[in-house]
Ligand binder design. Structure first.
Ligand SMILES: Cc1cc2nc3c(=O)[nH]c(=O)nc-3n(C[C@H](O)[C@H](O)[C@H](O)COP(=O)(O)O)c2cc1C
Length: 381
């Protein structure tokens, strides 16, 4: 083993180096506390529209781009747009996943409003939509009116996180929990799951193969690299994208071993570590759950986002953790063969797969960063 690889693993193993750093107080101060403030501030606003929006920004969304931007019209009316600078052109060329993220936002908005007894009127794409890429037209017009019942799933909004730890391979996922997710998703999506056997094995291999393609395709890997925020300072400065917090990562970064440059160099230790980590994600998937739609319109994608948010909250309620594994569903030429394969396997009726996630049990993770709600509002009333 080369000396730099040994050094990398020693730091990553968090033993002597981290203990030494702990003595200086460094380790205790590495949490990106301000980047997580929106999780503490959710619901802490006097007017109902801001209150609901402050929850909606906690929605899951691809690469944590937070593509939402909202025109506030009054305390009960607003218009949701997609921020064109927050798209993912390499891995999501038609904005399918970005639209799913906006669907997650809308569902969390609806649930938060219902908690206040307010019904969220959601008029999707009131001026029509562009099917190849989202344009400047509104994604949805929002209106709050009296008269809604709270949704029990909302209680799990603060506990729902994307969990990228390895999952416990001794704990199977109960079928009942997967059935609960299916019911929670709302009936407008076709859901399926696999919690063992050869189908799960095949999906583990397929997800790993797709992750490998994404990383070894320069263009798509660069899109991720550009969005990596390594360490507290970078995460607090840009509370979005792929956040990599933690003392060991900052020490490796400071030592020049784990940087956006080394992560982009095939053959480097950091590049290999990234591949190994992604293989671990696929190999410890204890169940896969997927959702498809008969068509692939913008409306279908919003419905998929809303159903995914609900299914994720139901999984959280049951103590499960999950991580979307979207690579094989992505529409770019290098992925075409795996896109076809995963559709043949999971949507033979000709549907479009909108979400594919792994599930299991794992150590909890901290909330991911968010831009404060105020920075996503285009005009204030
Ligand atoms: C449409 C969609 C696709 C996603 N694909 C992936 C993925 O392939 N890998 C992954 O680790 N997370 C994926 N995510 C999860 C997001 O990265 C995550 O929601 C975001 O970073 C915010 O973190 P949170 O879910 O913990 O709040 C996806 C989320 C959505 C909505």
């Amino acid at each position: 083993m080369s000396s730099s690889r040994r050094r990398f693993l020693q730091i990553l193993g968090s033993s002597a180096v981290i203990l030494a750093a702990a003595g200086t107080g460094f380790v205790m101060t590495r949490e990106p506390v301000s980047a997580r403030a929106p999780w503490r501030n959710a619901g802490q606003y006097p007017d109902p529209m801001r209150r609901a929006l402050s929850w909606a920004i906690l929605a899951p969304n691809p690469h944590n781009r937070q593509p939402w931007i909202v025109d506030l019209i009054s305390e009960t009316e607003a218009v949701l747009y997609c921020d064109p600078d927050r798209r993912l052109p390499a891995t999501d060329p038609y904005d399918r996943q970005i639209t799913i993220g906006l669907g997650c936002f809308l569902e969390l908005f609806r649930q938060a409003a219902a908690e206040d007894g307010l019904n969220a009127g959601i008029e999707p794409f009131p001026d029509g939509g562009n099917e190849t890429h989202l344009d400047a037209r509104p994604v949805a017009r929002l209106q709050l009116t009296e008269g809604a019942m709270p949704d029990p799933l909302f209680a799990f909004a603060l506990d729902r996180h994307t969990n990228r730890n390895p999952y416990d391979t001794d704990r199977p996922v109960p079928q009942a929990a997967l059935d609960t997710m299916t019911v929670a998703s709302g009936g407008q999506l076709t859901c399926g799951y696999s919690a063992g056997g050869t189908q799960r094995d095949r999906l583990r291999s397929l997800c790993w193969a797709a992750s490998e393609i994404e990383q070894t395709t320069a263009r798509t890997w660069q899109e991720s690299l550009d969005l990596m925020r390594i360490g507290k300072r970078e995460i607090n400065a840009n509370p979005d994208g792929i956040a990599i917090p933690g003392a060991s990562m900052e020490i490796l970064n400071g030592a020049g071993l784990f940087t956006r440059t080394t992560l982009g160099e095939p053959g480097s230790i950091a590049y290999q570590q990234s591949l190994d980590m992604q293989r671990g994600w696929a190999e410890t998937a204890m169940a896969f759950f997927w959702m498809s739609t008969e068509g692939n319109s913008r409306l279908n994608q919003l419905v998929a986002g809303r159903g995914f948010l609900r299914a994720a909250l139901a999984a959280t309620q049951d103590g499960l953790v999950l991580q979307p594994m979207s690579q094989s569903l992505q529409e770019y030429p290098e992925m075409a063969a795996l896109y076809e394969e995963v559709h043949r396997a999971l949507a033979p009726e000709g549907h479009t797969l909108q979400m594919l996630v792994r599930l299991g049990y794992a150590r909890a993770v901290a909330p991911s960063p968010r831009w404060p709600m105020e920075t996503r509002l285009r005009q204030t009333v």
